[in-house]
Design a binder for this molecule. Structure first.
Ligand SMILES: [Zn+2]
Length: 482
């Protein structure tokens, strides 16, 4: 199958060029361009002589690398229910939203081998995904066996391990456990990912809030104040520097945490962080929506007050590379009952601590960040590509197969119309959830066509792929270290 994308403007992390993209057997095989299109025309003629099965006219459009979302939770068990997107529905929605690779989290059950969790998540995804996927491993139970399994999983292409300083009694690890895992990562070359919130202190604040009768969704954020994230981030960095392993802080939302990342990077440490669209676009005004609608925005780390400058600081961090990645932490739960999973967000009616933590976002990320970058003037076009595709691929050992448009790369491509406008609504999303956090929001640009490995999977608003098109990616170690 040979495809020629003609007439478009190809944008990567480093270039913006008028170019033709020739795809053969799922891979980009030639990229020819230049102002005036002379070389490009010659290329097009060559391609036609070779015989092209499909030509995609991208005149007036951007030709962008497919998005890489390195933080999703399909089918995650949490708080007595499951994240409502399966690998089938969630990866299809990702494709609609211009994302062609996800890295999801397999979970170790406490008391059980880590390999069992890995195999369970591999089975959940196998044959169901619309786009390629990899796994990080959530380490719930650090012990001698688990440390050995970290080495084994490296051989399976799982090169990053996530630990939690939050959720005591569930996913929480002690400082000693965290430090041991970090030492192992320093030895085997893997990356430690950290949910950096002081869960012990947060639990005290939550109990006290409930005792005062403060039960509404806003108290989810009030009881996780920015300093609990800043302090945990500081501590995680200190341990990672002592152990000598790379550290990647997930879903950073507080400017206090960002300040710790900046300081560590200024020291030359291999410390990285992602933020997510919800922390850039949402805040307490959303959590305060009446009739329990605020529960739609409950996730951890929490969305922050609009009045304290967190959102601005995060945009600045993205512009200056103090933050390197935008991922989603996609973990949807229905507001009203889900047809098969039943009550989800409303488990927390009358008690904010029982609201499942997580929100949908895998479908909106690419368009939202483009809008923030270009329409709101926050980031350059190249930087947009870098934070949604190129750096996440490099950070987690997938580059240049994923994350760019170059000869030899997988033909994971988004044809994007910068002159159109899109509008988010619960009626037009494809995620298996009954709301979008961005209801009614209009964004500049439209995702027109999406290719995964040279196959058109989204076209004219329709899904043209099949479940199982997406395969497991064995990842290498981080290619983004200082
Ligand atoms: Zn997460």
């Amino acid at each position: 199958m040979r495809i020629l994308i003609t007439g478009g403007t190809v944008v990567t992390a480093t270039e913006i060029m008028r170019a033709e993209v020739l795809i053969d057997d799922g891979t980009v095989v030639a990229l020819y361009g230049g102002e005036g299109g002379g070389v490009a025309d010659a290329m097009a003629r060559t391609a036609i002589e070779l015989g092209v099965d499909t030509t995609i006219d991208a005149a007036g459009k951007y030709v962008l690398p497919g998005g890489v979302d390195v933080h999703t939770h399909m089918e995650l068990p949490f708080g007595g229910t499951y994240a409502s997107d399966t690998f089938e529905s969630g990866t299809r929605a990702a494709a609609f939203g211009g994302t062609t690779t996800i890295v999801d989290f397999a979970v170790q059950t406490i008391g059980e081998p880590m390999m069992d969790g890995y195999e369970e998540w591999m089975a959940k995804a196998d044959g169901n995904a619309a786009i390629d996927y990899g796994f990080h491993m959530i380490v719930s139970d650090v012990n001698d066996q688990t440390l050995k399994e970290m080495d084994i999983l490296m051989g399976e292409g799982v090169t990053s391990f996530k630990l939690f300083m939050a959720y005591p009694g569930v996913l929480y690890s002690t400082d000693g456990q965290i430090f041991r895992a970090m030492q192992r990562a320093a030895e085997n070359g893997s990356t430690i990912m950290m949910h950096a919130e002081n869960g012990i202190v947060i639990d005290v604040l939550r109990e006290q809030a409930l005792a005062r009768g403060e039960t509404d969704p806003i108290h989810h954020s009030v009881t996780r104040p920015p300093i609990t994230e800043g302090e945990a981030t500081h501590r995680a960095i200190a341990y990672a520097e002592l152990a000598g392993c790379p550290l990647y802080v997930v879903h950073l939302s507080a400017k206090e945490a960002l300040e710790e990342i900046v300081a560590a990077r200024d020291r030359g440490s291999n410390v990285f962080a992602e933020t997510c669209p919800q922390y850039l676009f949402l805040g307490w005004r959303n959590l305060e929506e009446p009739d329990f609608e605020g529960s739609k925005y409950v996730c951890s780390t929490p969305v922050r007050s609009h009045e304290q400058g967190h959102q601005e600081a995060l945009w600045t961090g993205l512009a200056t590379n103090d933050l390197q990645v935008v991922s989603t932490d996609h973990c949807p739960f229905c507001f009203n009952d889900h047809p098969t999973l039943g009550t989800q967000k409303k488990l927390g009616l009358g008690d904010f601590t029982k609201i499942p933590n997580g929100l949908p976002g895998v479908e909106e990320r690419f368009a939202l960040i483009y809008h923030g970058a270009i329409a709101e003037g926050r980031l350059s076009l190249n930087r947009f590509v870098e934070v949604v595709a190129t750096t996440p691929a490099k950070m987690f050992g997938l580059y240049p197969k994923k994350g760019t448009i170059a000869v030899g790369s997988d033909a994971d491509i988004v044809i994007f119309d910068p002159n159109a406008v899109s509008r988010f609504s619960a009626e037009n999303i494809h995620m298996d959830v009954d709301y979008t956090c961005y209801e009614g929001m209009e964004v500049v640009g439209k995702i027109e066509t999406v290719l995964s490995k040279g196959q058109i999977i989204i076209e004219d608003g329709e899904y043209r792929g099949q479940k199982g098109d997406g395969v497991y990616l064995e990842r290498g170690t981080s290619q983004n270290l200082l």
